[in-house]
Design a protein around this ligand. Structure first.
Ligand SMILES: [Zn+2]
Ligand SMILES: [Zn+2]
Length: 226
């Protein structure tokens, strides 16, 4: 098998686990795996942004915006949005290289166990793409991330097509209308899954819908902290 990123052959190390257990094919070489640096150091406990305070200014702002209680319990992200990660995400998401998503699989599962495994009866919900965007890209990266997790996932949301969020200012994004619709009600805790947390506005639009419909808690799990 060749590495999904650099295409060098991945050499399987033979040790006692690979002899006794069927080896899970490794999709990434050691060199590329080591270059996928995870977020480290102090971070905001609510949004995973690098911060020296427990709760960053943005999250304090969100709390006030939602009258003291943010609609998201917390966001957790695995990787920083550095140049290397931007390259991989661009190829995976915008140029349709579906398989590249497997580069993140192991780490995405491992951090799930550390940060979310304690939540009982929790359902994973992918942030949907609009049908136009889905046609362009052929797959939804958030659904792929959900499929890695050891919990049930449900497509609870649909999304209307709109302007590109990235072209709007922060203020415009926050005040823009909610692009999501709820497909069905669910009174269980939810982990919203997406590839990136940037301002957190999109995720909060989705979280607010779920909460008004009866979800007791909404967490967000994102691959990258922008
Ligand atoms: Zn490689
Ligand atoms: Zn924060």
């Amino acid at each position: 098998m060749n590495c999904l990123w650099c295409h060098e052959e991945v050499l399987l190390e033979v040790n006692w686990t690979t002899i006794t257990l069927p080896a899970k094919a490794k999709r990434i070489c050691d060199k590329c795996e080591n270059s996928l640096k995870e977020l480290s150091g102090n971070r905001c406990q609510r949004c995973s942004r690098e911060a020296d305070t427990e709760i960053c200014d943005d999250c304090i702002w969100w709390g006030n915006y939602h009258h003291g209680e943010d609609v998201i319990d917390y966001n957790y992200s695995v990787f920083p949005y550095n140049a290397h990660m931007q390259d991989i995400i661009a190829k995976w998401k915008y140029r349709g290289d579906y398989q590249l998503g497997h580069l993140f699989e192991n780490q995405f599962i491992n951090h799930f166990y550390k940060k979310f495994n304690w939540i009982k009866e929790v359902i994973a919900v992918p942030i949907p793409l609009s049908s136009e965007r889905l046609q362009e890209r052929c797959f939804n990266q958030a659904e792929m991330l959900c499929s890695f997790l050891p919990i049930q996932s449900m497509d609870m949301l649909t999304r209307v097509h709109g302007e590109k969020q990235s072209k709007k200012t922060r203020k415009e994004r926050i005040s823009s209308e909610n692009p999501f619709y709820l497909v069905q009600k669910l009174n269980k805790p939810v982990i919203l899954v997406d590839d990136i947390y940037t301002t957190g506005t999109t995720l909060r639009h989705a979280a607010r819908l779920l909460k008004t419909a009866g979800c007791p808690n909404v967490y967000t799990y994102t691959l990258v902290r922008g």
